[in-house]
Design a protein around this ligand. Structure first.
Ligand code: ZN
Length: 593
């Protein structure tokens, strides 16, 4: 399909750049490698080939494909949505679609975008909006910063946004689904679907995905208004999870911070929208916010693609079982290096930046390791000179030490604890043994990416694996092909034979075969093969051996059947066959692995 939008997009975008915007890539010869984002692994087996414009994981998930397949999997979206997203990136215009064919997701994105424009206009032009804007400027945000982060204002009316969106032909149900309106349950009648706007008289912070599309919103109260029930309004409210907005997977500001996080190999985590914005404005661009929740597995997996180093700048209440503590424990177990930025009581990063940006740099340089922070924090709460205090201190610190994955680092902390408590190191070790281990597989079973689980590739048979290996060897060293006899070729599956033919004439039309050849070529390129000829011969013998084993297994089954059917002639015949096949096995026996 030459000239199709798909081809056009592939021509304009470089797969390496697109994948690099999601995960850390390392140069490996002519290709790039990374830790696979679709399965849990330590050594990178995920490869991207710029020459072929494909990616492939040679690890346990075995996933691979083109630029579209990658975006679909990592974003968890359908092909149509990936097409639109990449078309936009590439500047390729897609033909106007029948509006009925738009996906539900796509309509929610449109609602979010329109709502953002609506709120932006309110902040700019309405009377109350202008006041809200004055407030933001007064907190130190610059005019262009408001534009950059697309801040807005929701007017103090019940259906301002909803009516606007309805006028743009979106249904009230859809506005509720986008999280921007709330259904009024009590007044629901048969024909009337009563809803009202979720955000009223609030400053609006749109929340973006990696591609800077608006997917959600947070609203900060502006001018305290009394609720009818006399209770105070919450300072911040967020939309609930929707089809396009999942709090566990969102980090506010990451769309603007990704590059800086990679460059500086560290991410500053803060709590609030304004903290992110102010830090960014002051030139500290490697910053993102958790949306007021404990760090989730999903957020940690996303951060892992950018850096292993976290600097937290939030209220570190690590006593008991606070949400912060749970998040930090998770990050620690996930292998992040965590440092804690200690701020004066009652201050947040936005305040510090506003008063004195230089001071922020000092706080950054003085950040403490998480272990150091635990130590100090605990020692300040309990008396290390009293027995009860010693017990309390070890009760808090030992689980922290237990979680340190690096044994050398762990040993240093054990020594420190022994010294501080004035006890023997052996005793600390003894107590450490008693601390219940966090489940080994703290992260296993956690979905790294939703779609990956749905499409588990079928398990390959041993013969398939061997044939694939042979193909890789032939691809890398074409002269090896001369070692194959015509009768050997018959042993291979039809698809393997077809691929060998294609290697010869390079004239491939079938899409499936083309993809397979691309994958084999990439594998041939990245593999280091010591003695190709020997490996080839071993593989070939192993294929023969597998075939004979299968034959023998089949004959055995037949013999069993014949025995049950009490058919002595048939049994005789089969035993003869069995002996013949066994003979032909000859020296292959030793290769049965
Ligand atoms: Zn993988």
């Amino acid at each position: 399909m030459l000239g199709s939008p798909i081809e056009e997009i592939k021509n304009r975008l470089d797969i390496v750049e697109v994948i690099r915007s999601y995960i850390k890539l390392q140069k490996a010869g002519a290709n790039f490698r990374a830790v696979c984002p679709f399965h849990s692994e330590k050594t990178p087996s995920f490869f991207v080939s710029p020459a072929r414009q494909i990616w492939h994981c040679f690890g346990s998930c075995g996933e691979g494909g083109d630029i579209f397949k990658f975006v679909m999997k990592i974003e968890g979206i359908e092909f149509g949505d990936a097409l639109r997203l990449l078309a936009q990136k590439a500047g390729v215009e897609l033909k106007k679609q029948d509006p009925k064919l738009k996906t539900e997701r796509q309509r929610l994105y449109e609602i979010c975008e329109l709502a953002t424009c609506f709120f932006e206009k309110q902040l700019r032009d309405s009377l109350a909006g202008k006041e809200a804007k004055k407030y933001l400027l007064g907190r130190g945000l610059k005019e262009e910063t408001l534009d950059k982060w697309r801040l807005g204002y929701a007017p103090d009316v019940w259906q301002g946004l909803s009516d606007f969106l309805v006028s743009k032909s979106y249904k009230r149900e859809e506005i509720v689904k986008a999280g921007l309106a709330v259904e009024r349950k009590t007044e629901k009648t048969l024909n009337n679907f009563h809803t009202y706007d979720r955000f009223r008289a609030r400053i609006i912070f749109p929340v973006f995905d990696f591609n800077s599309r608006v997917i959600g919103f947070g609203g900060r109260i502006f001018r305290q208004s009394q609720r009818p029930d006399g209770q105070e309004e919450a300072k911040y409210i967020n939309i609930p999870n929707t089809l396009v907005y999942d709090k566990r997977r969102v980090l506010y500001g990451l769309n603007k911070a990704g590059l800086a996080i990679r460059k500086q190999d560290a991410c500053i985590l803060v709590e609030g929208y304004i903290d992110v914005i102010m830090l960014n404005q002051a030139g500290f661009e490697n910053v993102a916010a958790t949306s007021g929740t404990a760090l989730s597995f999903e957020q940690l997996n996303i951060l892992k693609r950018y850096s292993d180093n976290l600097l937290t700048a939030f209220d570190m209440d690590l006593a008991g079982d606070s949400a912060t503590k749970r998040g930090i424990d998770r990050a620690q177990a996930r292998g992040f290096n965590i440092k804690v930025i200690i701020m004066p009581d009652g201050k947040d990063p936005a305040d510090i930046i506003f008063q004195n940006p230089g001071q922020w740099q000092d706080f950054l340089t003085q950040a403490k390791s998480i272990h150091g922070f635990y130590f100090e924090n605990t020692l300040s709460r309990f008396d290390k000179n009293k027995l009860e205090g010693k017990k309390e201190i070890s009760r808090v610190i030992l689980p922290v030490i237990k979680r340190i994955p690096n044994k050398i680092e762990q040993s240093v902390w054990i020594q420190d604890l022994a010294r501080v408590l004035a006890v023997k190191e052996e005793d600390v070790l003894e107590e450490l043994k008693k601390v219940k281990n966090q489940p080994e597989n703290f992260f296993e079973g956690q979905e790294i990416n939703r779609p990956a689980r749905e499409s588990v590739p079928p398990e390959k048979t041993r013969k398939e694996i061997l044939e694939e290996r042979l193909l890789v060897l032939i691809r890398k060293y074409p002269e090896i092909f001369n070692l194959i006899l015509a009768e050997d070729l018959k042993l291979f599956s039809p698809s393997t034979r077809k691929i060998i033919d294609c290697f010869q004439d390079n004239n491939v039309i079938e899409e499936g075969i083309k993809n397979k050849i691309n994958e084999l070529s990439l594998k041939a390129e990245i593999e280091n093969i010591v003695d190709a000829k020997k490996e080839f011969q071993d593989c070939l013998r192993a294929v023969k051996s597998v075939i004979i084993r299968d034959k023998l297994n089949n004959i055995s089954k037949e013999i069993k059947k014949a025995e049950e059917g009490k058919n002595p002639e048939r049994i005789q015949e089969l035993i003869q066959q069995f002996n013949q096949v066994t003979k032909s096995r000859g020296d292959l026996e030793i290769l049965e692995i």
